[in-house]
Design a protein around this ligand. Structure first.
Ligand SMILES: [Ca+2]
Ligand SMILES: [Ca+2]
Length: 259
């Protein structure tokens, strides 16, 4: 009897251990992730060229690997992002592993979401109880931009301003580690680096963020080749990106990257 109890105890321990392992390696639904946003290092200047090799980028925190937007499982191709800020600019860097980089659209505000693209959705503040509105910025491997502002009253159909009216002063660059639209070779990936003027993120000009401010945001990627995959920093549980309730938090910190 005693040995049976010992075996039962050991089995229980091994079950608890495997549960712990599972919770550490898989996304937990309902969890709202927070990204602590650090400032660009004093004396460092970010050059928007698609290379995240400035001192501040090297010390910036990674978001960790994106997961599939609906299932939260690991995608075939990895994506990670980093962010930084100054009083006037928000910097975003996204690294996409990709064995086949493809992109055809060439004009600002073309429907980039139908192809390969990285996307930032950012509310420029908290979401309140009655109104969820946010900017959407998309950048393709061709360094083409799509930006719009989504006006969304809770429980109402989202409305967007006409794309050509909402035009942020974005500075963007893409570095391709591979060849665009050539399926005969094997690419390594592409990196997007861009800056957003913080004061343009809301229709109403906001004061400069301060230490401890929390905004809501999410990051996504659409991949088309070698297979269609939609991935997210915070998964939405649905096969779509426009789910502000599932956005994570951006926590502004006065610390410099690496401090
Ligand atoms: Ca750079
Ligand atoms: Ca691809």
């Amino acid at each position: 009897m005693r040995s049976f109890i010992v075996v039962l105890f050991l089995l229980l321990c091994s079950c608890l251990a495997s549960q712990k392992f599972t919770s550490q390696t898989q996304y937990v639904w309902g969890q709202q992730k927070t990204y602590e946003l650090h400032r660009v290092q004093e004396g460092d200047a970010i050059t928007i060229d698609g290379n995240l090799n400035e001192r501040s980028w090297l010390h910036a925190e990674s978001t960790g690997d994106f997961v599939q937007v609906s299932s939260a499982t690991a995608p075939a191709q990895k994506t990670r992002a980093k962010m930084l800020w100054t009083d006037s600019l928000l910097y975003v860097g996204v690294e996409c592993e990709d064995v086949n980089i493809t992109s055809s659209m060439t004009h600002r505000d073309d429907p980039l979401w139908k192809e390969e693209v990285v996307e930032l959705f950012i509310a420029g503040g908290s979401l309140d109880d009655t109104f969820e509105s946010y900017a959407e910025i998309e950048i393709s491997p061709r360094n083409v931009i799509f930006d719009l502002y989504v006006l969304r009253a809770i429980d109402a159909t989202p409305q967007s301003l006409p794309y050509n009216i909402y035009t942020l002063t974005l500075n963007t660059a893409v570095h391709l580690n591979g060849t665009l639209n050539d399926s005969t070779d094997v690419d390594k990936g592409w990196t997007v680096e861009f800056s957003v003027p913080i004061k343009e993120l809301k229709p109403i000009t906001r004061p400069t963020p301060k230490n401890g401010d929390r905004w809501r945001f999410n990051l996504y990627r659409a991949d088309l080749l070698p297979r269609r995959e939609l991935t997210a920093w915070n998964p939405t549980g649905l096969n779509k990106f426009h789910v502000p309730a599932k956005f994570g938090e951006l926590l502004f910190s006065a610390k410099q990257a690496g401090q």
